[in-house]
Design a protein around this ligand. Structure first.
Ligand SMILES: Nc1ncnc2c1ncn2[C@@H]1O[C@H](COP(=O)(O)OP(=O)(O)OP(=O)(O)O)[C@@H](O)[C@H]1O
Ligand SMILES: [Zn+2]
Length: 655
């Protein structure tokens, strides 16, 4: 990839500033530096030295006296005193009055010190900071002072290292959608002959780390055209008007290189809804207006195609989304099970895998992970293998790294008291047991009470056989019961509660609330929305759309719902008290147990009353599943929905 530089613009402002700084330096800093050569002494020392005839040269200035000792080796200064006889005494001491005690330097050296050196210093500082600024803005080496002069999108000329569609795993719909653009870039005449216009702008929408940047690069790679990339935040400049000029510059360059792809990452940084009020962010709006103007200005068939990425599409200005601008929207969603496996496979090619590693299992464990997280999981696995002195990556490395990405590293030296450890063991078994005793709940994969750096003191990992796209009311209620299972076990065993359930409480509440306000799962409110999701890709914060009186009702219903499930969980655990004790003791001793071990103990000699976890019963056809796809991630947080980790409060349990 090679960067194309552009001519520097005049930097008048910079030079004026530099001149000013040099003058300032000569006015203030130089005298100060020179003074530093003189040791400051008090007046009495000066008088003593006169008595002792230890005075060489003397210069009486307006507000201070500079003098040297008799050998003329040391320089001193002292303040002025009202001392009328000073001149006489000085004369007696044999001191020489001089005009200028400072070293007479040659005019050339003086000129150098006063002008050339400071200019060089300031120039170097300016260069340093401008480079820093450029780096921060994501730009490469070329340094323009203070980022002025309109920075230029980087041009990536296609190279053999270019990315292709095959490098982007999963995301088949997105690729299908974008391949039309590739085709257009290959055969524009095919489209213009029939009178079809290519979309000028395509918006890639999806959660962070799902490969939007990769896809844009892949389009350029497949079409073998230049790729310009700039982040929306790079347009937002210190100086008003800079952003707009960057946009102009970007399009000028793009048109010269057409056909080409222009990629604007984080377009929401400039494309946010314009405020309409006078105090709005001028700079951003100017930049946005310029972008709109440019997009209107070029013909659809001139071969410049703009791809933009965002994960907050709802915040974009409607003007950007109008026909003729970013009128095509390509969703880039979190990968499903098959997608996760494919992404793992792509990244696993770069590392040395032991034969027989099962990526399918890893993909299942990493439910809800994005492409970037999966790439990270593979890399963590490789790092773990190296740490353990091996040259190939094992299944256990990858499994551990899924957990690292979910819950942080194992904390080897965490000091839990015996009682605390027992509490955590009961808590975790509580979750697992409640999950297993209900139908339609994901099977338990692993339970551990080894503390993690994220603060988790233990966790129970449940893994769905398949991705679930919709959840029934019963399944959601089961989930809430499972969340409360940890606390319930503590109550059943110790008759008291601890802080260890903070995270469970949060999750249970969130879920119960969503059931009532958004999923229409209460008799009282039926299918009326009481909350809407503001941003489905980023955490999914919600806003209320109901009256204050209704809010009170909602709160009451949420409490009832959670309490009902909590009571149910307690009842289940009390009914299986012996299993709770047996499993908790086993976990306490082993610290980590597999789902299999758990099931073996659970089933032992107890007749399998309820079949645990119905597996793979997705009767829901995929088509209808699509409709609710968005809600799936918003439900339980974006990271593995089937996993909960305990909150790492210092466990101030126990008595
Ligand atoms: N579908 C995928 N196939 C292979 N690798 C992927 C995929 N998605 C993400 N990755 C990995 O994640 C990294 C980050 O992806 P990328 O920067 O394209 O995400 P993004 O959607 O642009 O994220 P953001 O919204 O945070 O900018 C990639 O460099 C790649 O290693
Ligand atoms: Zn818990």
């Amino acid at each position: 990839m090679k960067e194309v530089k552009e001519p520097k613009k005049p930097l008048l402002l910079f030079y004026v500033m530099m001149l000013f700084l040099v003058l300032l330096f000569n006015e203030m800093a130089r005298p100060y530096l020179e003074q530093a050569q003189f040791e400051k002494v008090d007046y009495s020392t000066f008088m003593d030295m006169i008595e002792d005839k230890d005075i060489g040269r003397v210069e009486i200035q307006e507000n201070q006296i500079l003098f040297t000792d008799a050998n003329d080796t040391k320089k001193y200064r002292t303040g002025i005193m009202n001392d009328p006889t000073l001149a006489d005494r000085l004369h007696d001491s044999g001191a020489k009055f001089t005009q200028d005690i400072k070293e007479q330097t040659s005019p050339l050296v003086d000129f150098f010190m006063t002008w050339v050196l400071p200019i060089l210093i300031f120039f170097a500082i300016g260069q340093y900071f401008s480079r820093k600024l450029m780096e921060k803005a994501g730009g490469g080496g070329s340094s323009l002072m203070f980022g002025m002069g309109g920075k230029q999108a980087k041009i990536y000329v296609p190279s053999s290292a270019g990315i292709h569609f095959k490098d982007v795993a999963g995301e088949d719909e997105a690729k299908e959608n974008l391949s039309e653009i590739v085709d257009y870039l290959h055969n524009p005449q095919k489209y213009s002959a029939i009178g079809a216009q290519m979309p000028k702008g395509v918006l890639l929408v999806g959660p962070p780390g799902t490969g939007k940047t990769m896809l844009a690069k892949a389009v350029a790679g497949e079409a073998d055209v230049p790729f310009f990339s700039i982040a929306g935040s790079e347009f937002v400049e210190m100086f008003v008007g800079m952003g707009a000029s960057k946009v102009r510059e970007l399009f000028k360059q793009a048109k010269e290189k057409a056909p080409c792809i222009v990629f604007i990452d984080e377009i929401d940084a400039i494309g946010q809804k314009r405020s309409g009020n006078l105090m709005g962010n001028d700079e951003r709006e100017q930049t946005l207006n310029q972008l709109l103007t440019e997009m209107d200005g070029f013909e659809g068939n001139n071969g410049v195609i703009i791809l933009a990425a965002t994960n907050r599409p709802e915040s974009l200005d409607p003007a950007l989304l109008r026909p003729g601008r970013f009128d095509r929207r390509v969703p880039v969603e979190l990968p499903d099970l098959a997608g996760r496996e494919a992404i793992l496979a792509v990244h696993a090619q770069k590392i040395q895998l032991e034969p027989g590693v099962d990526l399918h299992t890893i993909a299942r464990m990493a439910a809800g992970a994005s492409g970037a997280e999966l790439a990270n999981i593979v890399n963590e696995g490789a790092l773990r293998a190296v740490r353990n002195g091996r040259s190939t990556v094992r299944q256990s490395d990858l499994e551990e790294s899924v957990e690292v990405v979910i819950a942080g590293y194992q904390k080897k030296n965490a000091i839990l008291s015996d009682k605390e450890k027992r509490t955590v063991a009961y808590h975790e078994i509580g979750h697992a047991l409640v999950a297993a005793l209900q139908t339609d709940s994901a099977p338990v994969q692993k339970i551990t009470i080894i503390p993690r750096t994220s603060g988790a003191l233990g966790y129970t990992m449940q893994v769905e056989q398949k991705d679930k796209y919709i959840l029934t009311r019963e399944e959601l209620e089961n989930k809430i019961a499972t969340f409360t299972g940890g606390r319930a076990a503590e109550e059943v065993k110790f008759g008291q509660v601890s802080t260890g359930a903070a995270n469970d409480i949060e999750q249970a509440t969130k879920l119960a609330r969503a059931m009532i306000t958004r999923y229409g799962m209460s008799e009282e409110f039926d299918m009326v929305a009481m909350e809407t999701v503001n941003n489905k890709y980023l955490g999914g914060d919600t806003s209320l759309t109901c009256s204050a009186a209704t809010q009170q009702q909602i709160d009451k219903r949420v409490v009832e719902l959670v309490k009902r499930q909590h009571d149910l969980a307690k009842k289940l655990l009390e009914e299986h008290r012996d299993k709770l004790d047996e499993l908790a003791t086993y976990l306490y001793e082993k610290e980590t147990i597999t789902g299999q071990e758990f099931m073996d103990i659970l089933k032992r000699e107890e007749k399998p009353a309820e079949p645990p976890a119905a597996e793979g019963e997705d009767v829901v056809p995929m088509i209808s599943a699509r409709h609710v796809d968005d809600d799936r991630t918003a439900d339980v947080g974006s990271i593995p929905a089937a996993t909960e980790a305990e909150q790492g409060q210092p466990p101030q349990t126990d008595a």
